[in-house]
Design a protein around this ligand. Structure first.
Ligand SMILES: [Zn+2]
Length: 344
């Protein structure tokens, strides 16, 4: 179980500062040392905003993942640079993001970069909060790779990526990482048309080497690229199968779904910790600390305090930074209010 009741946490990503986004579009103008400095400055800011919100768990905001070469895919051999997206104009959606051709054997001899990200976070973060690393699970990671003769469908691509993810998790633990989220939003987006037992088996084989060696969680949302969902936004198709995920904590998106199916957190809490998304990352309505406190109390009607964590619905990378900062502050203050009221 976690170290404190009503823990506040985040899903990995945080918005890039405007200057970082500008720099990432002009990386050829920067030297290696400049890029290192850009990333460290951005991570320091992401840490600062999370610390200012008083969160119990923080991440590096995935600030180092600023172009293809620095993305998880950039670390994988056997794939070609992103192909042009099928749609380039019109309203924003996931089909404006390119996919990668597979050109050879999928390998990651240098890992996926998460260890260097964690080492940097460890070096820059002040003492206090728990430091969390995030790694995409193999099924989610397979989503942007186009199957070919060698890897004929999404499951074949997933199986090829599975040992890469296993290796990364093990390397993180060996580097001293004590808390890891294995992000599998593709599982929640497509559970309605997949064999859920098969998805659980994939997940459990991916995390197998680190079970019991760190606090493991997963993030199951319905898609947030350009703040648009892609799944049917219902958790029912995943349960009860997903109760067998070998994790300490399952994170669910609740705020943007107006807390539909909230009772499911009771079912999860009977087996493991549950992190509830109570901040809507897609809305520019800024939740007040009072809103947050009311949402926490609503969750307490279904699950005990020592099983509950609270977070935004998803990573904040698709939310403007001014709003992300205010939303995190409300998260911290609102949960703190309830802790004080309940003398936790
Ligand atoms: Zn998400």
């Amino acid at each position: 179980m976690k170290d404190r009741p009503l823990r506040t946490t985040v899903i990995g990503s945080y918005p890039f500062p405007g200057w970082l986004e500008f720099a990432s579009a002009h990386l050829d103008k920067f030297g290696e040392a400049d890029v290192k400095e850009l990333i460290e400055d951005a991570v320091a800011i992401a840490i600062h905003d999370q610390m200012a919100a008083g969160l119990d768990v923080i991440t590096d905001g995935e600030q180092a993942r600023l172009d293809f070469n620095l993305s998880f895919y950039g670390f994988i051999e056997g794939i070609a640079l992103e192909s042009a997206p099928p749609r380039r104009f019109g309203p924003p959606a996931h089909d404006q993001r390119g996919q990668h051709q597979i050109t050879g054997e999928l390998r990651a001899p240098r890992g996926l970069g998460a260890v260097a990200d964690f080492e940097r976070l460890k070096r820059l973060a002040p003492p206090g909060p728990a430091l969390k690393a995030s790694v995409p699970g193999p099924y989610t990671l397979s989503g942007r790779l186009i199957p070919n003769q060698r890897y004929p469908d999404r499951h074949a691509v997933t199986e090829a990526l599975l040992p890469i993810v296993r290796g990364e998790l093990l390397a993180l633990v060996q580097a001293g990482c004590r808390e890891i989220t294995v992000d599998e939003p593709s599982m929640s987006c497509y559970a309605h048309r997949e064999d859920t037992r098969r998805l659980v088996d994939i997940f459990n084989r991916a995390v197998e080497p680190v079970i019991g060696k760190c606090r493991l969680s997963t993030h199951l949302c319905f898609g947030n690229y350009k703040a648009r969902a892609v799944g049917p936004r219902r958790y029912a198709p995943m349960f009860p199968a997903f109760l067998d995920l070998k994790v300490d904590e399952i994170h669910l998106e609740m705020a943007s779904r107006e807390f539909a199916e909230l009772e499911i957190i009771g079912e999860i809490a009977a087996r493991k910790d549950v992190a509830v998304g109570i901040i809507d990352v897609k809305s520019y309505y800024i939740e007040t600390p009072e809103d947050v406190a009311a949402r926490v109390k609503r969750c307490l009607q279904h699950a005990p305090a020592d099983r509950l964590s609270f977070a935004p619905d998803c990573g904040l990378s698709q939310t403007a930074r001014w709003a992300a900062r205010e939303k995190l502050k409300s998260l911290g203050r609102g949960v703190q209010k309830v802790r004080q009221e309940l003398k936790l």
